[in-house]
Design a protein around this ligand. Structure first.
Ligand code: AMP
Ligand code: FE
Ligand code: FE
Ligand code: ZN
Length: 307
């Protein structure tokens, strides 16, 4: 299921970021790249926001056809030649470990309980960035909040944008170096996030009718959590991911089989040459995985008209 590469037919990239969070390409640009690379389905999975998905929906809203639910639609839809799967990535923590949870087919309706949760998480992000900017000032490395927000472009601001402002000031030569020296966990400008636990994130996604997948579990180093997450409704494990070794991919695929979970995968693309994630289209799964995600959503009993 890994390494199908560019221009393969029938492949899906189920983990991609856009400028709505810390990706460098807009949702529209991601779609163009998918078309060029022969990716037939892509999950736009930004941190704590669905704005990248929403950006693509209005262009369709006036079109006739079953997918014209405009902004309340949570099923997938086509934008140009590419199937767009609404998704979100929630960064949670437990015992100091970062655990990321992907939610597929979550509601994009701004009035939903889930949207209100994402609003809250984004407010926490902004508070955290302000605190990091103050911390940098104390360290004699002032950056302007306006510059951080300029780099953020979209509505979900985070450490990579602080890192970009630091690069601009010449304090570090790359965002990666900014993390290594200042922004990473335990470093001088690090500020802990107000976070959900992994179980809370899974439960929120499930309650919202979405499909919950543990993102790049190999980076978290806490496989023992799996059982509890499954007991709380986890649907899948991201097996194919640039930060997974071939051995990780095999181990998580085996665990997925053992627990009856969907084995997913994606590039975690943040942009060309970005320190995070891989190249779009280099980390893909067969389209049949999209079908499994859709079936999981149906099983959850929410495949009703208008949702
Ligand atoms: P935040 O959501 O604000 O805590 O920032 C975390 C994001 O920073 C992740 O989603 C990655 O995209 C990025 N990131 C994490 N570690 C690094 C690193 N060592 N170098 C560059 N980017 C990183
Ligand atoms: Fe990121
Ligand atoms: Fe992640
Ligand atoms: Zn990601």
């Amino acid at each position: 299921m890994t390494g199908a590469g560019k221009n393969a037919v029938g492949v899906a990239d189920l983990h991609v970021h856009t400028t709505a969070s810390d990706g460098l390409f807009s949702a529209e640009e991601v779609v163009s790249l998918c078309e060029r690379r022969g990716i037939c389905a892509v999950a736009i999975a930004d941190h704590d926001t669905l704005a990248g998905v929403v950006e693509l929906v209005p262009a369709r809203a006036s079109e006739p056809g079953p997918a014209g639910h405009a902004t309340s639609c949570v099923s997938s839809f086509h934008y140009r030649g590419v199937e767009i799967i609404p998704a979100v990535e929630i960064n949670t923590e437990l015992d100091g470990k970062e655990v990321h949870i992907l939610g597929y087919f979550v509601p994009i309706d701004p009035g939903s309980e889930f949207a209100i949760l994402l609003d809250t998480l984004r407010r926490f992000r902004m508070d955290r960035v302000r605190a990091m900017v103050s911390r940098l000032e104390e360290l004699g490395l002032p950056v302007e909040l306006e510059r951080v927000l300029f780099f953020a472009k979209g509505e979900s601001v985070g450490r990579p944008h602080v890192g970009q402002a630091m690069v601009e000031k010449g304090y570090v030569s790359s965002v990666k170096e900014a993390f290594e020296r200042y922004l990473g966990t335990g470093k001088p400008a690090y500020v802990p996030r107000v976070h959900l636990t992994p179980v809370q994130a899974v439960r929120s996604i499930v309650r919202a009718g979405g499909v919950a997948v543990w993102a790049h579990p190999g980076t978290a180093g806490c496989d023992h959590l799996l059982e509890e997450l499954v007991n709380n409704g986890l649907d899948g494990l991201e097996c194919v991911h640039p930060q997974h070794s071939p051995e990780d991919t095999r181990r998580y695929a085996a665990l997925a089989r053992e627990y009856g979970l969907i084995a997913t995968g994606g590039s975690d693309f943040h942009g060309p040459g970005s320190a995070e994630g891989g190249e779009l289209g280099e980390w893909v799964v067969h389209y049949s995985v999209v079908t499994l995600l859709k079936e999981a959503r149906v099983k959850r009993g929410l495949e009703t008209a208008g949702r």
